[in-house]
Design a protein. Structure first.
Length: 240
């Protein structure tokens, strides 16, 4: 039976904090268990803060800020973190992050980042798969780093995996048979995304203050794959 256990009592994470040390007393490694942590606490520990006062927007950012009605300093950071602008409209800026994820504002956020005023923002980790691998090695438990994504044809956000280690983020079932003996042609299961979304039920999206959760009762029979395996390559982009 799958069970989701919130991890509480971590407090506000500060730059330089050792997440593994903070999480170790709250995590008991088991064969059927995955630790899910929010991107936000990973970014905080890695000091991915930027003070907007230090940002000087260029001409491209200023033009894009006018079109999107956003702070040009924020837009400059978004462009620096992105490989392409996917969609720009009033109050909307969707980009392809340098890691391949397509997301709003390159994942740059100002909510729940502690003291510092309205001119401080938090960027994604430099490499969430590397961050997940470090936690996995230190704690001896599979790890998913989760972030909240919107979806282009549905309202609301869901948690997805932007980093993973110690588990197969993507399980390829092509070639397997269904219950009627038909060969599966396209089925690939985004296991890490499903685990991240399940953990989101315990962690919440607003002021809950629960930055991690443990998902028990899981099983898989595939080799570990990082979360980068979930990113569809550009040559397979169906919507450009």
């Amino acid at each position: 039976m799958i069970r989701i256990e919130p991890v509480t009592g971590l407090g506000e994470i500060a730059p330089g904090d050792d997440l593994a040390d903070l999480l170790r007393p709250r995590v008991a490694p088991a064969a059927d268990t995955v630790l899910v942590v929010t991107q936000k606490i990973v970014s905080k520990a890695e000091d991915r803060y930027v003070d907007l006062h230090t940002v000087r927007p260029g001409a491209t950012a200023i033009d894009l800020a006018e079109r999107t009605r956003k702070d040009p300093r924020l837009v400059e950071l978004v462009l620096a973190e992105s490989s392409a602008v996917v969609r720009a409209a009033p109050n909307v800026l969707i980009t392809r992050h340098r890691t391949g994820h397509v997301m709003a504002n390159a994942g740059i956020d100002q909510s729940n980042i502690g003291a510092g005023g309205n001119d401080r923002v938090l960027l994604l980790p430099l490499d969430a798969d590397t961050s997940a691998a470090a936690l996995h090695d230190a704690l001896g438990i599979p790890v998913v780093i989760a972030d909240s994504f919107g979806r282009p044809w549905r309202y609301g956000t869901v948690n997805v995996a932007i980093g993973a280690a110690g588990l197969p983020s993507l399980v390829d079932q092509r070639g397997d048979e269904d219950r009627d003996g038909r060969t599966l042609q396209v089925t690939q299961v985004a296991l890490a995304d499903m685990i991240a979304s399940a953990a989101g039920l315990a962690m919440g999206e607003a002021s809950e203050g629960i930055p991690a959760a443990i998902v028990h009762g899981l099983a898989w029979h595939a080799v570990p794959r990082a979360a980068s395996a979930l990113v569809r390559p550009l040559e397979e982009d169906l919507f450009r």
